[in-house]
Design a protein around this ligand. Structure first.
Ligand code: SF4
Length: 188
């Protein structure tokens, strides 16, 4: 198990390094942003990221775990009874800060700057970046910083495949962050 988590940590580090380089290139920052990305309903697609998040949650004290679980259950209820684009704060965000920052999932690390991604049918998807980036930086004179998400997704798929073989896991995986938290802290 540790070797899978270690490989995921390497992927996260590579993402963080490239993301930092992109932020420097664009002279862009999240500081003072009024549009907190943590209200976005992100989905995660791998068991390995849930295991990594579980490591982060394990470091919280018991009272904090109960608080987080309670918030996560509330968020799941809101998600389940609202339109898909509902915006509700992630249960792991306290006062604008992610309390498991070192263990946050891939999408939390990668969201924000423009990117490209090669699809299975060989088409290329381009993303324009977050709301603030579009408003403050996106213009025709902008020099694009090559941020190719494909390599990270490919590596993530490889780690997930090996984990599934090791633990004999089958079936699809698709959970929001709140659902992940509930699965980890209240597995019954
Ligand atoms: S896990 Fe952390 S960074 Fe990701 S949405 Fe939740 S609070 Fe924000």
């Amino acid at each position: 198990m540790d070797k899978h988590l270690a490989r995921l940590a390497e992927i996260y580090k590579a993402i963080d390094n490239l993301y930092d380089a992109a932020m420097r290139h664009y002279n862009f920052s999240c500081e003072g942003c009024t549009d907190n990305c943590c209200v976005t309903k992100f989905y995660h697609h791998t068991n390995i990221e849930e295991l990594y998040l579980a490591e982060g949650l394990e470091r919280l004290d018991e009272n904090k775990k109960k608080e987080v679980l309670s918030r996560a259950e509330d968020v799941v209820k809101i998600h389940n009874s609202s339109p898909e684009d509902v915006r509700v704060m992630c249960p792991l965000n306290e006062n604008g800060i992610c309390i498991i920052y070192e263990h946050r999932p891939m999408i939390c690390r990668i969201h924000g700057v423009p990117y490209q991604m090669f699809k299975k049918n060989m088409s290329i998807e381009f993303g324009t970046g977050c709301y603030r980036f579009i408003n403050e930086k996106l213009n025709e004179n902008m020099q694009y910083f090559m941020f190719n998400r494909t390599v990270f997704y490919v590596e993530m798929v490889k780690v997930e495949k090996e984990l599934r073989e090791t633990l004999d896991i089958t079936g699809d995986y698709k959970k929001t962050t709140a659902e992940m938290v509930v699965s980890i802290l209240n597995p019954n």
